[in-house]
Ligand binder design. Structure first.
Ligand code: ADP
Ligand code: ADP
Length: 227
């Protein structure tokens, strides 16, 4: 379980992006951080894999302070997906997906078959394996991003507005795939969005943040009070 204990992030210019956030993110379910632009969602997410360090409070992973865990170990246990997929433009789809397994020392053949397996899992035709990212639609690129994040089978997936840049119909398909993947693989997913409908569709638990980085509500979707 990931646990935020009175977590605060004050940037060097004095901006308080996250203010005293306390939150328990249950294992093997989807927790959505939702709220208006600038309310501290991305900052909160990036503190979980230590791309950003808190300036107050602490975050625990399975009871252990994140600060005590080496960053590379931590990042291996957490896949990360962002809005424009962040794919490597000069690598094929298969090589993008196989990036982390290769870094972990898997041989080429094993990494490749893992990439194919993941393409199927995220609903991508394996015939696309040799294409480059620019040859894919936006929705396909996001699927590659999800497959890449899953490649080393991390228990945790961090997702920052992964579907916001694709059109509504494709987005719906991606949301359904994510729910299916979550059910099949039982990942712990922390999902950031500014879209309350998306939050309600995906979230087992929903953390509503408000401007200034404070938690307004934390509840399952059927118990959210309309804001
Ligand atoms: P969200 O993801 O909800 O849009 P962010 O976490 O990106 O919010 O940002 C929260 C607040 O922190 C905003 O006011 C933003 O302008 C500010 N902020 C983000 N990054 C920095 C930074 N590196 N330096 C100063 N302020 C920042
Ligand atoms: P979407 O409607 O999801 O945005 P596109 O219209 O971008 O999809 O693409 C439709 C199909 O054409 C997809 O299967 C995609 O892989 C393929 N495609 C798009 N751009 C290229 C390209 N530059 N080269 C080859 N195939 C492409």
């Amino acid at each position: 379980m990931i646990r935020f204990e009175s977590v605060t992030k004050r940037y060097p210019d004095g901006t308080v992006a996250v203010d005293g956030l306390s939150l328990e993110i249950p294992d093997r379910s989807i927790t959505v951080l939702v709220g208006p632009s600038g309310c501290g969602k991305t900052t909160s997410l990036r503190m979980v894999n230590r791309m950003i360090e808190p300036t107050g409070g602490r975050i625990l992973l399975d009871g252990q302070d994140l600060q005590q865990q080496p960053v590379h170990t931590l990042r291996r246990s957490m896949g990360y997906v962002i809005q424009h997929a962040g794919l490597f433009p000069h690598r094929t789809v298969a090589d993008n997906i196989a990036t982390v397994p290769r870094l972990l020392g898997w041989d080429r053949g094993r990494a490749r078959s893992r990439a194919m397996e993941l393409m199927e899992r995220v609903g991508l035709d394996t015939a696309l394996a040799k294409r480059y990212p620019y040859q894919l639609s936006g929705g396909q690129q996001q699927r590659v991003g999800v497959a890449r994040a899953l490649a080393a089978d991390p228990p945790v997936l961090l997702m920052d507005e992964p579907f916001s840049a694709v059109d509504p119909i494709v987005r719906k398909g991606l949301q359904e795939e994510l729910l299916r993947i979550q059910q099949e693989l039982g990942k712990t997913i922390v999902f950031v969005t500014h879209d309350i409908d998306e939050a309600i569709r995906l979230g087992d638990m929903i953390a509503v943040l408000r401007t200034g980085g404070r938690l307004a509500q934390f509840a399952p979707p059927d118990q959210l009070l309309s804001a």
